[in-house]
Design a protein around this ligand. Structure first.
Ligand SMILES: N[C@@H](CCC[C@H](N)C(=O)O)C(=O)O
Length: 260
């Protein structure tokens, strides 16, 4: 069958996007998803996202990593699917949608998408790092010489060594200013460094505030794929009103022959 797809990117974190409102996609086909995400034999992407109907909100997001398996929340994917829903004329400038971690509100203006993330009530302090869940699990670690750091090698070591089978995404951080951080992320399920990770930069912003590295509740993050901003409120017990904001763009669209 001919499968129509749309390719999106948000700060270089890229996704195959499929309109699955008519239930056309074989959702349990791990091989098919990993083939579509393959950069040499398929379309190429860090993940695949289905846009589906939802009973109570504008649409539902179903996220797969490039390994072909459904996973936890994807922040950049969440921003991209809002741009996709706008392209499909399902939503205008404000929307609410359902994802694996619950309800998300979002805004869209001139290609910039703001996405409200789930509240974070726990940040675990470890010897050289912090661990928190922003919809997906994240290890956050400050390192020297981030530019030349071997993110793949060190990320893989920690992802399996510290977090076992379940794993975690691993974020390496360098402070660039009072409210600005450089971030490089090793992503679980991609098993490599990606150009940017939305739940990851959200985790970094909160972790840096929690550990006193910044006093600002608007944090600028520089990733290899571009710039993001994370705003939040510290409520004493944790963080709420967390908004991740940055660009999300349609790159190209097409059709691909797949076995039905
Ligand atoms: N790229 C994503 C994170 C996707 C989920 C992650 N790989 C996992 O399985 O935990 C983002 O932008 O948040």
């Amino acid at each position: 069958m001919l499968l129509n797809f749309y390719k999106y990117q948000g700060t270089g974190n890229d996704f195959v996007m499929i309109d699955n409102r008519e239930d056309v996609f074989p959702k349990d086909n791990v091989k098919l998803v990993s083939f579509l995400c393959d950069r040499r034999f398929g379309i190429g992407a860090d993940g695949l996202i289905l846009l589906e109907n939802d009973k109570t909100t504008d649409f539902k997001m179903v996220y797969y990593n490039s390994d072909g398996r459904q996973s936890t929340m994807c922040g950049n994917g969440g921003r991209c699917i809002v741009a996709f829903a706008n392209y499909l004329e399902i939503v205008d400038k404000n929307t609410s949608f359902m994802a694996v971690d619950g309800l998300h509100h979002a805004t869209l203006e001139n290609g910039i998408v703001g996405l409200e993330m789930q509240n974070v009530n726990e940040i675990k302090e470890k010897p050289n790092s912090l661990f928190l869940n922003t919809g997906s699990p994240h290890h956050v670690q400050l390192v020297d010489g981030l530019k030349d750091f071997d993110v793949r090698k060190e990320g893989e070591k920690l992802r399996y060594g510290l977090y076992g089978e379940q794993g975690s995404n691993i974020n390496f951080v360098g402070q660039a200013g009072e409210d600005t951080f450089n971030v490089r992320t090793y992503e679980r399920g991609v098993e490599d460094e990606t150009f940017s990770c939305g739940t990851g930069v959200t985790a970094v912003a909160l972790a840096m505030h929690h550990s006193g590295k910044t006093k600002s509740n608007t944090v600028k993050i520089v990733t290899p794929g571009g710039n993001l901003e994370v705003k939040f409120q510290n409520n004493g017990n944790g963080y709420d009103k967390i908004w991740l904001t940055g660009p999300a763009q349609l790159v190209f669209k097409g059709g691909i022959d797949v076995e039905s």
